[in-house]
Design a protein around this ligand. Structure first.
Ligand code: GLV
Length: 325
């Protein structure tokens, strides 16, 4: 008998939507793996998940009671193919005895690096000015032209000091004059190690030249950066979001970019992806990327491997590698 197989039937693993070969290799030969593919919609998922022992779901796939019931009583693990798991109904999983896992650590550097990239791209308006050049509108070196915001010596505000927020702070500390952070938990060790100061949300917003969001999405955090919070920020400051779109009110960001209250914004995530609000597409100084925080060759391979290892461990009767909660 192969590992992970029961005596009379093959153990079924469903992937919604696709798993990179690095993950497939972990499962190959041990399980019957069915991929929904990029077009896998809800209806198809409800059909194909029936009888699965494991479901690998990416962050675009809501996993709720209906999906779990469609899978049936064989389901033992939902392996989220992401570190953020706001797409998973944890209560519905717990009440059915289904283990939930995610992919922390392996994408920390990649996501923090993108946040750093967006910070500089927004400060110097790199995509917009590149567009000017490509459109043939650049007429030569101009002392007053194409100016942006210099970050050396600035105050960086980190909202949420988990793994990614911390790595972002570490990288930015090479440039920043000081680093402030906000976290719901007290983190005196981080204050010491990073030389960063933990402050209240209002102080962070009022004092930072750049605010970068690294909190997990949850119902209590929904819209935590709206028009009131943006009005409390320093005029001309920069907002960066590589966490989740639901944390920020997009229309408030667009209005603040138009009025100059925000000097720039770097946004990698949106509330109803892949939809991007028209107001953001039209907003001056908005640098917009298609949810690519973890999209490095290394991180995406490692995420696939980790999601698959979580499945393999649970279906083999062992503890998951990276359980949620
Ligand atoms: C991606 O968005 C992730 O949460 O890993």
């Amino acid at each position: 008998m192969k590992l992970g197989m029961n005596t009379n039937s093959v153990t079924k693993v469903t992937v919604a939507k696709t798993l990179l070969p690095a993950g497939m290799n972990v499962l190959e030969g041990e399980f019957e793996v069915t991929e929904g593919g990029p077009d896998c919609d809800r209806e198809y998922l409800l059909e194909m998940v029936a009888g699965s022992a494991a479901l690998i779901a990416d962050p675009t796939v809501p996993v709720d009671g209906e999906v779990l019931d469609a899978a049936g009583s064989e389901l033992k693990v939902v392996a989220n193919y992401a570190v953020g798991y706001d797409n998973i109904d944890l209560g519905a999983c717990a009440s059915r005895g289904v283990i939930v896992t995610n992919t922390p650590d392996v994408l920390t550097d990649a996501t923090a690096e993108l946040a750093v990239g967006l910070t500089f791209a927004a400060a110097r308006r790199i995509p917009e000015f590149e567009g000017e050049l490509r459109a043939g509108r650049w007429t030569g070196w101009d002392p007053g032209g194409y100016r942006g915001i210099e970050l050396t010596g600035c105050t960086i505000g980190v909202l949420g000091m988990g793994r990614i927020g911390r790595r972002y702070a570490e990288i930015m500390s090479g440039v920043a004059g000081r680093i402030l952070f906000w976290s719901r938990s007290g983190l005196p060790a981080v204050e010491q190690e990073l030389g960063a100061r933990q402050v209240g949300l209002h102080d962070l917003l009022a004092e930072s030249d750049v605010v970068s969001i690294h909190v997990a999405a949850s119902p209590e955090n929904e819209g935590m950066i709206g028009s009131g919070e943006i009005a409390a920020m320093k005029p001309g400051s920069i907002l960066v979001n590589t966490a989740r779109g639901s944390l920020v009110v997009a229309s408030a960001v667009a209005e603040a970019l138009a009025s100059g209250q925000l000097g720039g914004a770097g946004l990698d995530v949106f509330e109803n992806e892949p939809e991007v609000p028209r107001v953001l597409l039209d907003a001056p100084g908005a640098v917009l990327t298609p949810h690519i925080g973890s999209a490095t060759f290394r991180a995406r391979d490692e995420m696939a491997r980790l999601a698959a290892r979580n499945v393999r461990e649970v279906l083999s009767g062992r503890d998951p590698v990276t359980p949620v909660g």
